[in-house]
Design a protein around this ligand. Structure first.
Ligand code: NAG
Ligand code: NAG
Ligand code: NAG
Ligand code: NAG
Ligand code: NAG
Ligand code: ZN
Length: 447
């Protein structure tokens, strides 16, 4: 067994030590508290009606957690009186948001181990990985140090590139994984995986980290991972929205956007998934909205850097075969396009087959059911064609990546974005099963 760890400066520990040691972070005022809110699920076959005709006339203090063709989950003030109607039914799915928030910072390791939480260590023996790092969520600095540790442990397989800086001067890091043997990957087949486009979707970040860990620690020991790294390049961006992610640790666990300035000084942030430069529109023009799309395409710095990076690597001969964009929640495999149901995706039958294959790989691994959904339906663009897009999915699918999906990970609403740490590993493992299926498909589309 070898054991590695890196020294972590005290300043990095301080960022989050309070979150680990105090159990009432929302009540002490360190994090925004949500006592006054519930998460309500409206069941209806016309979600647009619920939103436009019922919610919006009553309040502009609402936050859509998830929506699909059957229901919409919305954070609303407890004081809002929801009228009865035979067009929808509704129920409270979460009424104590604060407790769930606190649980996401809790240690599943027991009190004695809490001080070791930020020991970014990697314990390995040949076939029994400890998965120590995946028992908790970790803040930005800890994750960036962990990535450096991966690089120093696997120097022949990993490079880390900073592709730009955010509004708050954080580096945007892309992890390249490849054995760099061009005779085994003559076409430069590349798979891109992104996590954390939305800051509060922590499970998407831990899942990309687990993917990195599995690929690297199994290289040379397992046939599959060895084949993947020899015959594919991986470009993984675990935290697409570093500023937003930092903010979920220090101020507001439910923050979604980045932290860029807008034309309204009291409302920061652009929704990265409405900022991409394909079928962008300014339908979400109010800067205080969680879905604010900015004033022009790719105004969000992270998206701009990504666009430059993607254009750069594709002109240098990288061929992006697959793109997986990880989000939460609702357990869906989502295929393009998002902006319209009228635009038929290319190679539609195979795209669907691949979607069901991803879902089946997850079911086979954990028994969890992930629905296959067209992105336009998931967003409600079929009912409201003016919704537009500007999504990472459409942008990447349009002419950058041959296959592209958004995966919305667990759960189905019991915790929503606030999935407790004990689910980090189960979700990572089932998603990794889908990622392996994706790699197999790309290496051998005949399966
Ligand atoms: C759904 O509701 C919207 C907003 O009220 C309305 O414009 C639309 O026609 C409705 N769609 C259907 C299929 O009823
Ligand atoms: C692989 O090759 C590329 C360019 O050919 C280089 O930028 C990268 O650092 C190499 N990666 C490793 C791990 O050596
Ligand atoms: C690259 O792969 C080829 C084919 O498997 C092998 O013969 C060659 O030795 C490898 N090159 C390096 C530098 O590992
Ligand atoms: C693969 O992409 C790298 C840039 O990342 C480039 O240096 C290399 O020439 C490409 N290889 C082929 C075979 O196109
Ligand atoms: C299902 O799981 C088994 C064992 O875990 C594995 O051998 C098999 O390949 C999986 N099948 C699919 C379709 O993923
Ligand atoms: Zn998301």
């Amino acid at each position: 067994m070898h054991f590695l760890s890196v020294f972590i400066p005290l300043s990095h520990l301080l960022i989050t030590s309070w979150a680990q040691s105090e159990h009432s972070i929302t009540s002490t005022g360190k994090l925004r508290a949500y006592d006054q809110y519930n998460i309500i699920r409206f069941h209806s076959n016309n979600i647009t009606h619920v939103l436009k005709d019922v919610i919006q006339p009553m309040t502009n203090d609402y936050d859509i957690w998830t929506r699909n063709t059957e229901f919409i989950d919305i954070k609303l003030l407890k004081t809002i009186k929801i009228p009865n109607s035979n067009e929808y039914s509704h129920e409270i799915i979460i009424n104590d948001i604060n407790s769930l928030i606190e649980e996401t910072y809790d240690s599943s390791l027991g009190n004695n181990d809490q001080e070791n939480i930020f020991d970014v260590s990697l314990k390995m023996n040949n076939n029994n990985n400890d998965f120590f790092y995946f028992k908790q969520y970790h803040p930005l600095q800890s994750i960036y140090l962990w990535l450096d540790l991966m690089k120093s442990t696997f120097p022949n397989l990993v490079t880390i590139e900073n592709i730009g800086t955010t509004f708050e001067n954080e580096p945007l890091k892309v992890v390249h994984i490849s054995s760099n043997n061009s005779s085994m990957n003559p076409k430069n087949k590349t798979i891109l995986i992104t996590g954390g486009i939305h800051a509060r979707e922590w499970i998407s970040i831990s899942t990309t980290l687990f993917t990195i860990y599995q690929l690297l620690t199994k290289y040379g020991a397992s046939k599959r991972e060895t084949k993947y790294i020899d015959s594919l390049n991986f470009l993984i961006i675990p935290i697409f929205n570093p500023d937003g992610y930092k903010y979920t640790w220090t101020n507001d666990r439910l923050w979604r956007k980045n932290r860029q300035e807008t034309y309204m000084s009291n409302c920061q942030g652009i929704d990265l998934d409405h900022s991409f430069g394909y079928k962008w529109d300014n339908n979400f023009e109010f800067p205080c909205s969680e879905e604010y799309s900015g004033q022009y395409p790719m105004e969000a710095l992270e998206v701009k850097h990504w666009d430059t990076f993607i254009n750069d690597i594709t002109t240098r001969g990288v061929h992006i075969y697959g793109f997986l964009d990880l989000h939460s929640y609702s357990q869906d495999i989502i295929y393009p396009y998002a902006y319209s149901c009228d635009e038929l995706p290319r190679d539609y039958e195979n795209l669907l087959e691949l979607s069901y294959g991803l879902s089946k790989a997850i079911r086979n691994k954990s028994g969890k059911n992930y629905k296959v959904v067209a992105a336009c339906k998931d967003r409600g663009s079929d009912l409201n064609p003016k919704l537009g897009s500007g999504t990472a999915l459409d942008y990447m699918y349009h002419n950058k990546a041959y296959w592209a999906f958004q995966l919305k990970l667990r759960d189905t609403g019991n915790h929503g974005f606030l999935l407790p740490p004990k689910y980090i590993l189960p979700v990572a493992k089932e998603t990794y099963a889908a990622i392996k299926y994706f790699c197999d498909f790309i290496l051998n589309p005949e399966i």
